[in-house]
Write a protein that binds this ligand. Structure first.
Ligand SMILES: [Cu+2]
Length: 289
């Protein structure tokens, strides 16, 4: 009798687990099939860190457009894949005071070193612009480095008013030569903005590289914990390991302004805290497995 009851209970448990699994699969499948919600200009203007993280989690790319040449105009661009081989690019500007249309393009290169136009965008009018590009977001980000640039007016395109580097929110595969063999290696992106490092924590495999991209208005000097000695990763202090031409100390050893990046390849497993040595309140962590 007792044995029979036990068996019965187990059977019910299996049935319930099976129902839960089926429900999860069905609901999960539905979520994936839903097209991404199109963010309004108003929504983009008022987006917070949580909203940004959510959008980036859905595969969208956000680009901070920083003021150039004292224009007083800065903004945010959102690139969202429409799932049909097209990409929506929505841009909002703050500080816009005239109704002059601002020509905009996606260029190759970075804001520091801007090159040819790859994708023209609709001009921004009253601080708003929306374009549908005939390419998938994957195709766009495969062409990095890219930058979104806004020009003063059709009459004065040589005057830039705002610019932002397009940074892949995920990873970038890069061909690197190791021991004479071309290998595909993963480069993880961390963006340094005016509000700190993003993402603040990442997990990578040993031997992989993290690219720290300065997309802020000030200097970036990535350095291992602890400030100010930077001893944790290398075991040596800043005075002993800087300058570090072999780049083995997890210390950038200098502050670099403008759009630029610094890379570090982690050869030791562990949890490696770091900070911006010239703004030590901004910090992050790389978990190497
Ligand atoms: Cu420091």
């Amino acid at each position: 009798m007792i044995m029979y009851k036990k068996g019965n209970g187990l059977a019910w448990l299996i049935v319930i687990i099976a129902i839960v699994i089926v429900l999860l699969l069905v609901l999960g499948g539905n979520n994936e099939a839903e097209p991404q919600e199109q963010m309004t200009f108003e929504g983009l203007r008022n987006i917070d860190t949580e909203g940004r993280t959510e959008l980036e989690g859905e595969g969208a790319v956000l680009v901070d457009l920083l003021e150039q040449n004292d224009s007083g105009i800065s903004g945010l661009a959102l690139l969202q894949d429409n799932g049909d081989g097209t990409t929506r690019v929505a841009v909002v500007f703050n500080g816009e005071t005239t109704s002059t249309p601002r020509p905009m393009h996606i260029h190759t290169g970075t804001c520091e070193n801007i090159a040819d136009v790859v994708y023209p965008l609709e001009s921004s009018v009253d601080g708003e612009s929306e374009t549908t590009l005939d390419v998938s977001l994957e195709t766009i980000t495969a062409g990095l480095p890219l930058a979104i640039n806004a020009h003063e007016s059709a009459e004065n395109p040589q005057n830039y008013i705002a610019c932002g580097n397009i940074l892949n929110s995920g990873e970038l595969m890069e061909n690197v030569e190791a021991d004479g063999v071309m290998e595909n290696t993963e480069i993880h992106m961390v963006t340094y903005t005016n509000s700190g490092f993003e993402p603040q924590e990442i997990t990578i495999d040993r031997g992989e590289t993290v690219r720290f991209i300065n997309n802020s208005n000030h200097g970036m000097w990535v350095a291992s914990a602890m400030h100010p000695t930077h001893k944790v990763y290398a075991g040596t202090s800043i005075n002993e390991h800087c300058p570090s031409p072999d780049n083995s100390a997890f210390d950038q050893c200098e502050s670099v302004e403008d759009a630029s990046f610094w890379e570090f390849t982690f050869t030791k497993t562990g949890e490696w805290g770091y900070h911006n040595h010239v703004r030590a309140n901004d910090f992050g962590k790389v978990m190497v497995e």
